[in-house]
Write a protein that binds this ligand. Structure first.
Ligand SMILES: NC(=O)c1ccc[n+]([C@@H]2O[C@H](COP(=O)([O-])OP(=O)(O)OC[C@H]3O[C@@H](n4cnc5c(N)ncnc54)[C@H](OP(=O)(O)O)[C@@H]3O)[C@@H](O)[C@H]2O)c1
Length: 314
């Protein structure tokens, strides 16, 4: 028997999942999060139930979803690393959906990405299309959200660009810098997700923000807001990638993958629909100019090193 007030959110101690969970809690729901990074120091600790996102044991995965009415799924990987691959993430996403169906979950709200395509040469976007298809074929009512690139406290891309702009007198602009992106606030995505959770119609929502920038225009805005005088030098994308690779060991992270560079340059971070987000990135940047880019936000520290520590501790 489902509890109409119990929802499951993947990654509530992460970025998007946190905002979705906060809204559900605010609406009086109980929230159970599935995560492999439980955190006792997180503001939501003690407010959400915690279970592990356990792909190795299907009955446990099903049990972790039992009683829930809606699953909000944010699970995905940014790039393959340390044994994680897109193929594995696709298979695990399928497993999660099937477990939700077995558990009697009534609705799945799934966070995808703008411009997924089964024929994309980029495995991130191709994999996202495969996961969307698995959900559409599942037989459970669903909503798919397709955000572009997210901004908000904890967002990696904009923060790390600001970090670079603060520290380097020169920024190597890949190509002409004219390719566009249409960032959306994580809060807007969470609002859309929770609203989508209330319906029962199968829907796909294109989720871009209200402002579109060229990459160079956005970087110039950030540079001027954080108060740094940086020279933008246009270079072949391959050279910019080499430089980002050289930076990797210094920040102990994967700075940018070739696929991310290609996706950006192909304009895949622009939505095909009408803007679904309301919050302005320019407002957010102005409000957060003093803290933006002060420290590096590491993808590896968030999703790989912490996991190693956890498993080392059992
Ligand atoms: N961030 C963006 O700019 C952006 C843009 C477009 C679309 N999206 C999509 O939005 C969704 C949420 O993104 P987010 O940035 O908010 O993600 P996130 O909070 O960092 O992670 C979301 C979930 O995926 C799991 N996860 C992430 N990387 C993993 C890895 N390498 N190995 C195992 N598990 C991993 C996390 O597990 P733990 O709970 O164990 O940490 C968490 O459950 C994703 O589907 C992403 O593709 C994001």
């Amino acid at each position: 028997m489902n509890d109409p007030h119990l929802d499951v959110v993947t990654g509530a101690f992460g970025f998007t999942g946190r905002h979705i969970a906060e809204r559900l809690l605010g609406a009086g729901h109980r929230v159970r999060t599935l995560t492999n990074h439980p955190r006792q120091d997180h503001p939501l600790a003690g407010h959400v139930e915690v279970a592990s996102l356990n792909f190795a044991h299907l009955p446990a995965l099903i049990a972790s979803l039992e009683g829930a009415t809606t699953l909000y799924n944010t699970y995905w990987i940014r790039f393959p690393h340390g044994g994680m691959s897109y193929e594995r993430a696709i298979g695990q996403s399928r497993q999660l959906f099937q477990a939700a169906r077995e558990a009697g979950v009534e609705r799945i709200v799934h966070v995808s990405v703008s411009n997924p395509s089964p024929s994309s040469p980029l495995p991130y976007f191709r994999g996202k299309a495969q996961v969307e298809k698995a959900l559409a074929d599942l037989g459970v009512s669903y909503a798919i959200l397709r955000p572009t690139v997210l901004f908000g406290a904890g967002a990696i891309l904009l923060n790390n660009l600001a970090w670079l702009l603060r520290r380097s007198p020169v920024f190597l602009m890949p190509g002409d810098g004219a390719y566009r992106l249409q960032p959306i606030a994580v809060e807007d995505v969470a609002d859309l997700a929770v609203r989508a959770g209330e319906g029962r119609e199968n829907i796909i929502l294109e989720a871009g923000g209200p402002e579109t920038f060229s990459f160079e225009e956005l970087l110039r805005i950030i540079a001027s807001l954080v108060g740094t005088a940086v020279a933008f030098v246009h270079v072949p994308p391959g050279l910019a990638l080499l430089a980002s690779r050289a930076l990797g060991p210094l920040v102990r992270d994967v700075v940018l993958t070739p696929e991310e560079m290609e996706g950006l340059r192909a304009g895949l971070l622009v939505s095909s629909g009408r803007p679904a987000g309301e919050r302005l990135l320019t407002d957010w940047l102005a409000q957060h100019r003093t803290e933006l880019g002060r420290t590096w936000f590491s993808e590896l520290a968030r999703h790989y090193q912490a996991r190693k520590k956890l498993s080392a501790g059992g």
